[in-house]
Design a protein. Structure first.
Length: 120
């Protein structure tokens, strides 16, 4: 006996209506990575190297670069130059002063001087 009237259950497939929450983590991570990359590119200052005869009074990461009384950068690295007759200071300057920097721009060290009238 064959039963031709057997009813098989039918599959009822419904496609997902939204993205899984699992995708939220990689999207957030990619957004943070892009933001950090953007900040790094836009906030990295202008780097130049200045040569001095003497490095006394200069400290990497601490010595400010001052233009007209305003701090516009810092000394990032300090090393002996190739001829060992002076020091090379790598300065990181704000990008807004880039138009002021030329190949013949002069930099000098301002050292405190102590006298009977005070410190200047």
């Amino acid at each position: 006996m064959t039963d031709t009237d057997t009813h098989y259950p039918e599959a009822n497939y419904q496609p997902p209506k939204r993205l899984s929450a699992v995708w939220l983590l990689p999207v957030v991570a990619a957004a943070i990575a892009l933001w950090l990359l953007y900040q790094n590119v836009t906030e990295t200052g202008l780097q130049i190297t200045v040569h001095f005869d003497d490095g006394s009074g200069i400290s990497a990461g601490k010595t400010p670069v001052i233009y007209q009384g305003i701090t516009v950068g810092t000394v990032k690295q300090l090393r002996l130059n190739d001829k060992l007759d002076g020091v090379s200071a790598t300065l990181e300057l704000e990008t807004q002063i880039e138009p002021l920097i030329r190949s013949n721009t002069q930099f000098w060290l301002v050292k405190p001087q102590i006298s009977l009238s005070g410190v200047s």
